[in-house]
Design a protein around this ligand. Structure first.
Ligand code: PAF
Length: 284
């Protein structure tokens, strides 16, 4: 479907029949991570909408919107194969018609981690388009990948602050056999960079193991992760330990903590994260 009117019609009919609506928002270039979200939506809701919209407002100059991988026919076949009912792929002017003048900005959460490096426009673009997608499709449940941990927190805050009646489900990161988090941007990696990229997950694992062994100091845990990255010649853009809900920096792991990393590897900017828990809490 290309138009909001068509999607609204389908949603209206589904609701009239007592069916629950699930939304999986994507920018296409679907991979196993997206497919796991569609499968989850298929299991939990009755009308599964996959949106495919490469949102221009969340890209910055270095991101190169024009180079973003696009193959709508392939994405449509994959989504259908997982049981999606509707692929909603609106053209840009259906989402941002002439004269569009509204931006949704969330303070605080968007200023750190990816927000600090990609600039404030990135999350403004995400929150604005996600609000629009929610308004267009009015889902009961929307499914997001935990790989974008900051995005999940930002979307949860959006929904809470604007009283949007959708439940946000964050689904586990899907990984390649060597642990690399699946991402549309992995397509940019050549063989060497692909090899290097496996170190990102190994770095997160090393910090997690050190925590399990009793090291709770943030600086020490970050140094352990940084050493693994350095071994693969990766200089992270950021590698930080933060509170898993409000993203304030942590000096030590006392309960739960979000260990988050971003790094440029070859031509790709990759992100990943791991939720850490203090061993005493895990065994409590
Ligand atoms: O995670 C993404 O692919 C995008 O940020 C989203 C949520 C589809 C909004 O454009």
């Amino acid at each position: 479907m290309r138009s909001v009117a068509e999607v609204r019609g389908a949603v209206r009919d589904a609701r009239a029949a007592g069916r629950r609506v699930g939304l999986v928002p994507t920018m296409g270039a679907l991979h196993e991570g997206h497919l796991s979200l569609i499968r989850r939506a298929r299991a939990d809701t009755d009308l599964v909408i996959v949106s495919l919209f490469v949102n221009p407002t969340q890209f910055n100059a270095q991101d190169d919107l024009a180079a973003y991988p696009r193959d709508e026919a392939r994405d449509a076949a994959l989504a259908e194969g997982e049981g999606a009912d509707i692929l909603f792929a609106p053209p840009v002017d259906e989402v941002y018609p002439d004269g569009f003048a509204t931006t949704i900005h969330i303070a605080g959460l968007t200023e750190v981690l990816c927000g600090a490096y990609r600039g404030p426009a990135h999350f403004d673009g995400v929150t604005t388009v996600v609000t629009k997608l929610f308004q267009m499709t009015t889902p009961d449940v929307a499914f997001f990948g935990q790989k974008d941990a900051q995005q999940v927190l930002v979307v949860r805050r959006l929904v809470r602050d604007l009283d949007i009646t959708v439940r946000i489900e964050a689904c586990p990161t899907v990984r390649e056999p060597d642990g690399l988090a699946m991402s549309s941007r992995n397509a940019y990696l050549d063989a060497d960079a692909r090899q290097q990229a496996g170190a990102i997950n190994r770095a997160l694992e090393a910090a997690d193991r050190a925590l399990a062994g009793g090291e709770t100091d943030a600086a020490a845990l970050l140094a352990i992760a940084r050493e693994v990255l350095a071994g693969a010649r990766i200089e992270p853009e950021y590698l930080e330990l933060r509170h898993p809900e409000d993203l304030r920096p942590l000096e030590a792991v006392e309960g739960d903590a979000l260990l988050a990393v971003a790094a440029h590897v070859g031509r790709a900017r990759l992100i990943d994260n791991r939720m850490l828990s203090h061993p005493a809490k895990e065994h409590a």
